[in-house]
Write a new protein. Structure first.
Length: 352
């Protein structure tokens, strides 16, 4: 995330003494995607984040390819998928390859645990629903049409608004999710021709530190397995942080296209991402309008409305590998669950 952000209370300089009101020290944590050289943030905890009381493996969550390999079109009838459950434990796997996995879930309960994906960045497209993403970085409200980006190792919890239907399309990316470089200048600022800019990126808005003691479970996904870590304090005990690494959201309704006096058929719009940078999920109700042109971009809308099926194929280009949305072509591998996957996790085993 090439936008600096600060929230809460932080010391004047990095790596200096920062005392609590009782005279003790806040614990400084560096979190990022490439150690000391990649994008990162410094967080200041009331309690050391390393005080883990217990750790145990809960379940395997590996994905296995469907044995049916015939070259044919596939229609994923998500409207008939299992309804309800947890936003993190009841995800239904749809497609995957070595870079990306795609899941679908219609959650209706709030998790009692916190969740951390340590093997992939997550991009969650909110098809329907409203609520708040709680994390160590603070609260980030979400709504329908949002792409919520959660970088790996961020501890978070979904808080669903009561009585509101929720539908999430979840994409896991092995690579770091970022903005396409062609939309940035050499210092990381969005150029004028980009279809979105810094004003469209929503960041955590409020930070409410929880100074609580007790048993607080965190489910961590790593090495295709789910592990439970139990802390002796609430994980959301951060009093302040700053940096370039945090969860953020971008709404599809804020996507714009540059055009001249007449509307021409555009290429596939981009959303922020690495392998996901050409992935766009656009509901039929969305109307894309070009800058300076009040008419919707009709050819692109008609192309999307023809089918509710989005399949993905790998495209090799001189600039590097891409993943692009298509309306046919089984370019990914259909997923079927291994004996114990996200859908097969026993809640009693997780929180016993």
């Amino acid at each position: 995330m090439p936008i600096y952000h600060q929230l809460g209370n932080i010391p004047r300089k990095r790596h200096i003494v920062f005392r609590r009101p009782d005279g003790g020290l806040y614990a400084e944590e560096l979190m990022g995607h490439e150690g000391f050289t990649g994008t990162s943030a410094l967080l200041y905890h009331i309690h050391p984040p390393t005080t883990v009381k217990s750790a145990r493996k809960v379940a395997d969550v590996r994905l296995e390819a469907d044995e049916e390999t015939s070259l044919r079109h596939r229609h994923f009838l998500t409207a008939r998928a299992k309804k309800g459950g947890s936003p993190t434990l009841d995800r239904i796997p749809l497609l995957f390859n070595s870079d990306i996995a795609m899941y679908y879930v219609e959650p209706d309960v709030n998790d009692a645990h916190c969740y951390r994906n340590s093997q992939a960045d997550e991009v969650v497209y909110v098809v329907e629903g409203t609520g708040t993403l709680e994390s160590v970085f603070g609260d980030l409200p979400y709504k329908a049409g949002d792409y919520v980006v959660l970088h790996r190792n961020i501890t978070f919890r979904w808080r669903l608004d009561a009585g509101v239907a929720q539908k999430f399309l979840v994409m896991e990316s092995r690579g770091h999710v970022r903005f396409p470089r062609r939309y940035l200048n050499d210092v990381g600022q969005f150029i004028e021709g980009a279809p979105f800019c810094e004003r469209d990126i929503r960041r955590p808005t409020t930070l409410q530190p929880h100074d609580e003691r007790g048993d607080f479970p965190i489910l961590v996904k790593q090495y295709d397995a789910l592990n439970e870590l139990v802390l002796d304090h609430h994980p959301f005990d951060v009093v302040g942080w700053d940096g370039y690494f945090y969860p953020w959201a971008f709404n599809i309704h804020d996507l714009s296209r540059s055009s001249g006096a007449s509307t021409s058929r555009p290429g596939a719009p981009d959303v922020p991402g690495r392998w996901l940078r050409d992935l766009l999920v656009l509901p039929p109700a969305v109307r894309l309008r070009s800058r300076g042109n009040p008419r919707p971009v009709q050819p692109f809308e008609r192309r999307l409305r023809r089918s509710a099926v989005l399949c993905v194929e790998r495209v090799h280009e001189p600039q590097g590998d891409r993943v692009r949305i298509h309306h046919a072509s089984p370019g990914w591998t259909a997923a079927r669950s291994a004996p114990r996957t996200d859908r097969g996790i026993d809640r009693r085993q997780v929180h016993q």
